[in-house]
Every structure is written in C-alpha cells, then in structure tokens.
Design a protein around this ligand. Structure first.
Ligand code: C2E
Ligand code: CA
Ligand code: CA
Length: 857
C-alpha cells in the first residue's frame, strides 16, 4: 500500500513529525480490539489441518507466513519524490502467498507478528516511532488480513492448493477486501488525526494504489503457481519484481511531480500581492508547504537598506522583526546540511534572502535546490513589485496631497477650495444659509518688500496657523493664493430668536461677528523676521443660500466685499449687491473712460488750495480729479481711480492729469501768482520709466518751472525696493520736481521712507487731524510730524481741516500749512485764479479770511 508525506503522514509511511500528531483513541482501541479478536478467532477456529505427510514443521509454515508479511513491509519501496517520501508495500502479495503457505486461521497472528517486526525494525533503524504506533500499524494490517481471509475461505481452500480459476477469483476478491480495509482504515486514521475530509483522502489513496494492487495480486498468484509447479521458477521472480518496482516508482514519481507543480503554482500565485508583509508571509507559508520545511525565513531588504525578517515554523505562525540595516556576515551560500538558502535578486537589486530548514530526516537534494531557485525568483520578483508599488503609493499620495494643498501653509489650495466647497454646497438644501469669509492681509506687500520674501512667507504661515486654530471642524479653510485666505461656513448657527416667529433670523450678523472675531484674534502681535507686527486683515463677508450660488460666485461677491472693507478703512464688510452692480460695470466704465480721455471736457480737475496758517497765503493747490460722466453724472476718484490703476489706461490718465494741472498752473502764473500745483500720482505710475520724460515734456510745453509741480505719492508703494521706482523718483527729482508724501502716518514705515526718498512736503493724513482733539496719540503724531518737518526742513501740510478748532489746534502744535473744507472745498478751475489772487492780496495785508468757495463736489 502507498501513501506519501504529502498527505501529512501515513500509517505505514514515514513521518518525521509523528510525535506531534494525536492518535485517535477510539479508533486505536477499536483496531487493537478487532486485531486481537481476529488473532484469537483464527487460532481457535477449526482450520485446515495440516496433512500428515506435510514435509514442513508447523512452526516453519507459521514462520514463513509471518516472515513474508514482515518482508512485504520491510521491502516496501521507499523513495523520495520532491520533498515527500512514498512507501509501497507488498501487502497483497504477501497475503496471497501466505494463504498458500499456512492455514488461513494462522494468518492474522502471523501478519500481526510480521507487521510488528517490520515496523519495529523500521522504527529502530530509520524512523523513530512510538511503540503504540508500531502496534497500531501491525493491528491494522491484522484486521485487514482477517477480513480478507474470511472473504476467501468460504469460497475456496487456498492452503497448498494449485490455483484454479475459482481460487484465483477468491484470492482476487480477498485481496480487494484487504485493499479496501487497509486504505479505508489508513484514510480514516489520517482524517481523524489531521482533521482532513475523509472522501478525498480515500479517493486519492485508492487511485494511487490501484496499479500496485493489480501488480501485487499478480505477483502473489504467479508466485503461488510457481511454487506449485516448481519452486525453481521463483528464480524468475526478482527481475519481474524489479520491473514492477520501476513501473511503480515511475507512476508515483509522475503523480508526485504533478502534485509538486500544483503546489508550486499555488505557492507562487499566493505571492501575487502588493504589500511587503503579505508577500513575505505568503512566501514563508508557500515555502513551508512546498518544502515541508521545519522553518522558513524570508529576510526582506528594502530599497532604503532597512531589513525585516519574516519567520515561520511548524506551528504555522509567522513572526516578524527588524534586522540591523547592514547584513550580518553572509551565511554559507548553500546553508548547512539541512538548510538551503538563496539570495533574492531582481536584476542587480538584492531584495532579500530565503532560508529553508528541512527536517533532520529529509535532507534536501538537487530537486530542492532547483525548486528553491525557482520559488526564490518568484518571491524576489514579488517583493520587488511590492516595494515598487509601495513607493508608487507614497508618490501618488504625496502628489495627490500636493494637488489640493498649498505647500507653504498646508492649507487647501484654491482649486480644492472651489471643488470641496462646491461639493459641500451640493449636500445642503437650497436655502440653507452658508457664509464665505474672504480674508486679505493688509500691507503684505510691504512686509515682503521691506523684510524680504522669507519674512512674507513667515507671516503667511503665522496667519495660516492662527486661522487653522480658529477654524471649526465643519468649516473649510483655504489659501486662495498670495495673501488671500477663505473660510467657508456651511453651518451658520441661528443666533437668538427671530423677530418674526417661525422665521429664520438672518445669518449675516453671525458671519460678521465671526469675521470680527477672526480680525481681532489675528491682530495679536506676531514676530516676523525679528520685527514685532500685528497681522491686519480685511475681510469680505457674503451670506447666501447654499443652492443660490456656487463657490466661484461666492468668492466673487466676497471679493467685492473685501475691497469694500479695504476702501472703507474698516476691517470687515458685508457683500452689498448694489456695490456689486457698480463693480460689474467697471469694464464698461473703462471703455467709457477711454472716450473721456479723448473728449477733454469730461475729466476735470477740482482744485483745493492749502493755506499758510499764520498768513493765510496759498502754499499750494491740490488737483483732484472729477469725472463729469455723460450718463452717470459727477463721479469722484473713489468711483473710478482704482479700476484705472488696474488697467493699461493708467499711463494716459496720468499724462492727462499732469497736462491739465500744468495748464491751470500756467494760467495762474500768467496772473503773477507763484503757487505750486500738487498732483496725486498713483503708485503704479512710478513703475513706468517713461514718466519723468513725459512730465518734463509737459512742463516744457506749459512753460512751468519744475519746482512749481509737486507730485504726491503714498509711502506704501514707495517702500517696495524695486529699482525702477528709485530710478523714476531720482529722475523726477533731477528735473527739479518736488515730492510730497501723501497720507503721512498711515503707512507701514513712514520714517524709513524718509531716509530713502528725499521729499519736500509731508501731508498729515486727515484721520489724525480729525481725531486730534480727543486722541492724544493722534495729536502726538501731528506734533511729531511737525517737529520732523522742521528738523528736516520739509513743509508740513495738515489735510482735512474742517473746523476752526482744528485749525487753532494745528497752529498751536506749530503746523504751518493746512488744507480742508474749513478753508476751501475743491473748486472748479475757473474760480482758482480769483481765489488765489484774493488770498495773496489779503495775506499781504496780513489778514486771514476763512474764505469759502463753492466746490464742484
Ligand atoms: P487725497 O490725496 O487724500 O485727497 C484729499 C481728499 O480729501 C479729496 O477727496 C478731497 O476732496 C478730500 N478733502 C479735502 N478736504 C477735506 C475735508 O476737510 N474733509 C473731508 N472729509 N475731505 C476733504 P477726493 O477728491 O475724493 O479724492 C480722493 C482721493 O483720490 C485722493 O485722496 C487721492 O488719493 C485720489 N485722487 C484724487 N485725484 C486724483 C488724481 O488725479 N490722480 C490719482 N491718481 N488719484 C487722485
Ligand atoms: Ca493728495
Ligand atoms: Ca491725503
């Protein structure tokens, strides 16, 4: 009978780990009991009496039968196929011959003795087995032979009988019974021991055994026939047995080959995974089953040199641990006697090491070497794939993170803000209120320009961190770019009780409150590049029903509100649809402005004199632009200057204003009035290198001396360190044109400004003049500016003087010149000559008259 170690052990086969198995008790007891009963019954039964003339003594016959049984099992074919060991015994042949040699009743006892002898010897010399195991195997064979004998005896008398067809038939039937009992009991034992399903085990064993069964029965019958004819015929038996043995081994080898390949295919298929742990674990498991290994180790070498060991032993569990990054002294290339190892290479890359330890009784041969190479290659490739895949996953994750995040602040970027925001809006009901806050840093450009880009980045990061801490989990915070941040609030809580019962109170107050809270929190002083500053922001707030606008539209509205906040000087403004309509008109406005610049009578200058506080004499006249729009009526600079500044019309506009202003100045000069004219220059004009030449041209054309022209610039712009601005300002100065700092004191670094740019005049911002009476700080700024002007020899002009009190206070602070409604509102240019003449004359007569003129605004 046969079985291979592929089934996990066998009753009459070899199993190195036999001690680890549990022998089913009930079955053991049953088989032992049956065997004992069979032996006793066999001996007690009235069996065929030996013929009186029997030439052999009874003991010889019994001994021959027992010896034959022992021989049949000792002479089993035992050969290695793959890692399995397959046994083929000659049980059926021994049974057939035994029935010829000894009375049938003796056979159970003889087979028990022979079997025990054979298994005992095998156990001593080749495979350690427990006594119980030996006895059990012998008992199993005894039961089988007893059953088989009781099939044969009723049909014929085999003892010492020449075979007849009937006898042969009976012997075949008996052998069949022997086969079924041995196979059945073996399969049952294995099934109970290993918890395997009985059916497939039975089938596999019967199928493997069939060929050998036929051979065994034939050998038995032929031997019996030969013994009857002439025992000398037995000399022909060895070659026949050899032939049979070859056939058996060939057949078994083919079977086993197929099984091995199948197992190999399964093991390599299991490697088909995408992460290191799964591959390594599958590798350990695969190698263990494939090689029936005692233990398997897979050392994985990662691309970064780190190493991890996965180890599996007989228990089937896989443990892992990290190894030091540098390989230990290389193991012997082929491992020890019982161990094979293979370095796992993919191309030139060393991805790991595979080590397989075989049981002591099963030393690896050439086949194992080959199989290990093949399996090692598959494992190496799978590990390499897993590592590549892992890297790919990291790269993909990183790039998908980068795709939606701003690298500087780690906040969501504009594109993601739009898509995530839209997604959030879609989840909400049509009228569910949402609020969008658009935040823009004030003076960010100056920080960037004066302290450098690193400082600018730092300021953005500080702002982002503070906003991040303020944002609630259900709010979406992002950086839109530059110094713009946005916060989308999708659950605007309902505040207080609505005035109208059942009606939702407007969510706007909440959003505004939140915006102010953010402004306040951001304003806490921060240190950037060693400079303490407060983070000032302007916030545009828009509230809408989730289904009424998408993110793009919400951002557009918030943007308008944000500009409103900036212009209004407050830090927070809510979106106002009326303003929006005006701003959507901007493009049309620019087109109309182009016409206005050609028309000559639409854009006019309002003129506002500044006076000497002591004498009342005019110290200068400021030109302020007005647009007499054919449809919209009178427009102030607030309505159109900003759009111009953002357009390519700025150059023409500046030329236009300079030209108009110099024309009026030339006019009053003709009346003998020596008063300079001030013009407001947009910051961006200073970026235009052609400006000085154009100004020079205009001065020449109107025959106005350069020092009669004052260019008012705001400090904020000039702080930028762009070379072109320095060049333009230097060129203007070298023309002899005067420079004034407008809105002095409101900018970021007014004093630094003065050290960089040589100016002639400081214009104290209206806000200080306004607050001077109540605010000691405002008064201090005015006084300091006045002192500074005196120190540096600069004119100081106070702007926006509206009351006599303000005028008196300024005089007391030492301010020499002022401008404001208290003296004159901006007036049309045709009145200016009269006004200036009157002022000059009255100043000569040392009387200061608070004259009032009608302005156009
Ligand atoms: P600014 O240079 O600070 O001009 C002074 C503004 O204060 C003028 O407003 C003027 O009408 C107003 N003002 C004068 N006295 C008083 C007063 O006593 N009380 C109050 N409340 N306001 C007073 P306006 O004309 O609306 O001009 C606003 C701004 O537009 C100007 O501020 C200036 O920055 C800009 N601007 C005016 N004309 C031009 C121009 O031709 N080109 C450029 N680029 N900007 C201009
Ligand atoms: Ca001005
Ligand atoms: Ca001003």
């Amino acid at each position: 009978m046969t079985s291979g170690r592929q089934t996990g052990g066998s009753v009459d086969g070899t199993a190195a780990s036999g001690s680890a198995r549990r022998q089913p008790v009930v079955l053991t007891v049953a088989v032992l009991g049956l065997a004992l009963a069979a032996i006793l019954a066999g001996l007690a039964l009235p069996t065929v009496a030996l013929p009186p003339d029997d030439p052999l003594p009874p003991l010889a016959r019994f001994g021959a039968a027992a010896g034959l049984a022992a021989l049949a099992h000792l002479a089993r074919l035992r050969f290695r196929v793959g890692s399995g060991i397959v046994n083929v015994s000659w049980g059926e042949a021994a049974f057939v011959i035994g029935l010829y040699l000894a009375p049938a009743g003796w056979l159970p006892a003889a087979v028990f003795l022979g079997g025990a002898l054979a298994w005992g010897l095998l156990s001593v010399f080749s495979e350690r087995r427990g006594v119980l195991d030996v006895v059990y195997n012998a008992a199993l064979l005894t039961v089988a032979v007893a059953v088989a004998t009781s099939v044969v005896v009723p049909l014929s008398r085999p003892f010492d009988a020449a075979p007849t067809p009937v006898l042969a038939g009976a012997l075949v039937l008996g052998s069949l019974a022997y086969l079924l009992v041995t196979v059945g009991l073996t399969a049952l034992t294995l099934s109970l021991r290993h918890g395997l399903p009985l059916g497939p085990l039975l089938l596999r064993t019967v199928r493997g055994k069939l060929l050998m069964f036929v051979g065994n029965v034939l050998v038995g019958l032929v031997t019996v026939t030969m013994l009857g004819l002439d025992p000398r015929w037995l000399l022909l038996l060895p070659p026949a047995l050899w032939l049979l043995q070859q056939t058996y081994s060939h057949r078994l080898r083919a079977d086993d080959e197929r099984r091995t390949w199948r197992a190999f295919a399964e093991a390599t298929r299991a490697l088909n995974q995408l992460d290191e742990r799964s591959v390594a674990t599958a590798g350990v498991g695969g190698a263990r089953t494939l090689f029936r290994a005692e233990s398997v180790e897979v050392d994985v070498v990662r691309p970064d040199g780190r190493r991890r060991r996965y180890r599996g032993d007989a228990t089937g569990e896989v443990t892992e641990r990290d190894l030091p990054p540098h390989p230990e002294p290389a193991p012997e290339p082929d491992g020890t006697e019982n161990e094979l190892s293979r370095s796992l290479m993919v191309g030139a890359a060393h991805v790991g090491e595979l080590r397989v330890r075989f049981p002591r009784t099963a030393q690896p041969g050439e086949r194992e070497h080959d199989a290990l190479s093949a399996f090692g290659d598959a494992l190496g490739a799978a590990l390499h794939d897993a590592a590549t895949h892992q890297e790919l996953r990291i790269v993909t994750a990183r790039s998908s993170y980068e795709a939606v995040h701003d690298p500087l602040t780690n906040l969501v970027n504009r594109a993601a803000m739009l898509s995530k925001g839209d997604h959030a809006l879609h989840q909400l009901g049509h009228d569910h209120p949402v609020a969008l806050l658009l935040l823009d840093l004030n003076h960010f450009k100056e920080v960037n320009d004066t302290l450098g880009h690193a400082a600018g980045d730092e300021l953005l990061q500080i702002t982002a961190a503070r906003l991040g801490a303020l944002a609630r989990p259900d709010e979406l915070l992002g950086r839109l770019g530059g110094d713009e941040f946005a916060l989308l609030m999708t659950s605007v809580p309902v505040l207080g009780e609505s005035a109208v019962p059942g009606e939702r109170p407007p969510p706007l107050p909440h959003a505004l409150r939140r915006a102010r809270e953010i402004v306040d929190r951001l304003a806490a002083p921060a240190e950037v590049a060693g400079v303490r500053m407060s983070v000032e922001v302007s916030v545009g707030v828009v509230v809408a029903g989730a289904g009424t606008a998408d993110m793009t539209e919400l951002l557009r509205r918030a943007d308008i509100a944000m500009y409103q906040a900036k212009e209004g000087g407050g830090s927070v403004a809510a979106y106002d649809s009326a303003r929006d309509a005006a701003s959507t008109d901007q493009l049309a406005l620019l087109a109309e402005l182009r016409e206005a610049l050609d028309a000559d009578d639409q854009l006019v200058l309002a003129l506002q004199p500044a006076v000497d506080l002591a004498t009342g004499a005019p110290t200068g006249v400021e030109a302020l632009i007005r647009w007499h729009h054919p449809r919209r009526g009178w427009l102030t600079p607030a309505d159109f200057v900003r759009p111009i500044e953002g357009s390519e019309l700025l150059g023409s506009f500046t030329r236009y204003v300079v030209d108009k202003a110099l024309a009026v100045a030339a006019e009053w000069a003709r009346h003998g009035l020596d008063v300079p004219i001030s013009i407001n220059l947009s910051a961006r004009s200073l970026l235009d290198p052609r400006l000085p030449a154009e100004v020079a041209e205009s001065l020449r054309r109107h025959h106005v001396p350069a020092d009669r022209l004052v260019l008012e610039i705001t400090e904020t712009v000039v702080m930028s360190e762009l070379e072109v601005i320095d060049e333009v300002l230097a060129a203007l100065r070298s023309l002899g044109v005067q420079l004034a700092v407008d809105d002095f004191g409101t900018g970021f670094s007014s004093l630094t400004f003065l050290t960089r740019i040589a100016v002639d005049e400081l214009k104290v911002d209206r806000s200080f003049v306004m607050r001077m009476a109540d605010s000691p700080e405002a008064a201090a700024i005015v006084r300091t500016t006045v002192d500074l002007g005196r120190e540096l020899g600069l004119r100081v002009v106070a702007e926006g003087v509206e009351t006599a009190d303000q005028r008196a206070a300024l005089a007391e602070l030492g301010c020499t010149a002022a401008q404001g409604y208290h003296f004159f509102k901006p007036m049309p240019s045709d009145k200016i000559v009269t006004v200036l003449s009157a002022l000059s004359n009255s100043a000569q007569s040392a009387r200061i008259l608070p004259l009032r003129a009608d302005g156009v605004s």
